[in-house]
Design a protein around this ligand. Structure first.
Ligand SMILES: C[S@@+](CC[C@H](N)C(=O)[O-])C[C@H]1O[C@@H](n2cnc3c(N)ncnc32)[C@H](O)[C@@H]1O
Length: 286
C-alpha cells in the first residue's frame, strides 16, 4: 500500500513564517551545546548533566534502540510497485546526527536498486534540536572513534550549512542521490511545539509520521523533552501502526505514550542498558 507524505514545501514555508514572526516578537536565542568527554570516550552534556552516548559502540547501540526498535529492518525496502512511497521519521534530540546517519546508511542499503533506477521512494527525516553542537565540536566527536570516523567528512560540511543563526529556525537539505530530505527544526521543543500548534502547522503533519526517535536526556534531568505537547505531537502526527522508540522506561514516558494511543512494550536494551521502550500506534484509543 503506498504511503502518503506531507506537503514538504508548504511545511517549510509555514514553519519559516511562524518562526520569523515569533523571533520578531520575542528575543531570538542561540544556545549551543556545552559538551565534554568523560573518560575520553563518553560524550557528556554539561547543561543537562547527562550523557549523549559512549562514543565507542555508539552506532551499534543507536541502531539497536532506534532502527531495530522501530522495526526498520523489516519495514524497508518500501513497496513502490504502484505509486510513490514515502517514509517519514521524526527525531526529538538530533544532537550529533548519528541516528540520522545510521538511518541514511540503512535506507541506502535497503533501497539500492530502486535508488539506482531513480524510482519512487523518498525518506523525509525531521530532527528537532534545542542546543546545536557547533561544527568544530561535531568534527572532534566524529573523529574521536573509529566507529564514527566514516561519517566525519560525509556529514560535516552539510551540517555547517544547516546550523541556525538564531532560534527557533528551520533548515533543510536534500540528498539527491539517496532521495532523502533532512529538515532540522532548531529550538527548544517546548517553543517549537507551541508555535506548531498555535499556527496550525500541525494540520500538515497529522497522521504523517511513520517512526519516532525519542532521544532526549533522561526525564529526571530533561523533563521538557517529555512534556504534554510532545505527546500531543505523537498522538496527532503518528500514522496508525506507526512506531516510537526510546531509551527511557520511566513511568512518565510509559504513561504518556499509552495516553497518546500507543501500545507499549519493554525489550532488552543494548550494552549495559537493561531495557528500552517501544511503542506502536493503535487504531483506537484504549
Ligand atoms: C541524548 S542526546 C541525543 C543524542 C542524539 N540523538 C545523537 O545521536 O547524538 C539529547 C538531545 O536532546 C537535546 N535537547 C535537550 N533538551 C531539549 C529541548 N528542550 N528541546 C530540544 N532539544 C533538547 C539535547 O541538546 C541533546 O542533543
Amino acid at each position: 500500500m503506498p504511503q502518503s507524505s506531507f506537503d514538504e514545501e508548504e511545511l517549510l514555508l509555514q514553519l519559516k513564517s511562524a518562526f520569523q514572526s515569533y523571533n520578531q516578537k520575542f528575543q531570538a536565542t542561540s544556545n549551543f551545546a556545552e559538551l565534554s568527554f568523560q573518560d575520553d570516550k563518553t560524550l557528556f552534556s554539561k547543561s543537562y548533566n547527562d550523557i549523549y552516548y559512549s562514543v565507542d559502540g555508539a552506532s551499534t547501540e543507536k541502531d539497536w534502540v532506534f532502527l531495530k526498535g522501530n522495526d526498520l529492518y523489516s519495514r524497508w525496502p518500501l513497496d513502490y510497485s504502484n505509486n510513490f512511497n514515502y517514509f517519514n521519521i521524526m527525531e526529538i534530540g538530533f544532537g550529533t546526527g548519528l541516528n540520522f546517519l545510521l538511518t541514511k546508511m540503512l535506507w541506502n542499503k535497503s533501497h539500492t536498486s530502486m535508488l539506482e533506477n531513480k524510482t519512487k521512494v523518498k525518506l523525509n527525516y525531521i530532527g528537532i534540536e534545542g542546543h546545536p553542537i557547533n561544527s568544530d565540536d561535531l568534527f572532534k566527536i566524529y573523529n574521536s572513534s573509529n566507529d564514527h570516523q566514516q561519517y566525519a567528512n560525509e556529514f560535516h560540511k552539510t551540517y555547517q550549512q544547516l546550523l541556525p543563526l538564531e532560534m527557533p529556525a528551520v533548515s533543510n537539505y536534500y540528498f539527491e542521490k539517496e532521495n532523502i530530505s533532512l529538515t532540522l527544526l532548531w529550538g527548544k521543543i517546548e517553543e517549537i511545539s507551541e508555535i506548531i500548534f498555535a499556527n496550525k502547522v500541525d494540520k500538515l503533519l497529522t497522521e504523517k509520521i511513520d517512526s519516532w526517535y525519542l532521544d532526549g536526556f533522561s526525564p529526571k534531568c530533561n523533563l521538557e523533552m517529555w512534556s504534554d505537547n510532545v505527546f500531543k505531537m505523537l498522538q496527532q502526527f503518528t500514522k496508525i501502526g506507526g512506531t516510537a522508540a526510546t531509551y527511557s522506561v520511566s513511568q512518565i514516558v510509559k504513561a504518556q505514550l499509552i495516553k497518546s494511543g500507543f501500545e507499549i512494550k519493554k525489550v532488552p536494551g543494548p550494552n549495559k542498558k537493561k531495557e528500552i521502550l517501544l511503542g506502536k500506534k493503535l487504531s483506537f484509543m484504549k
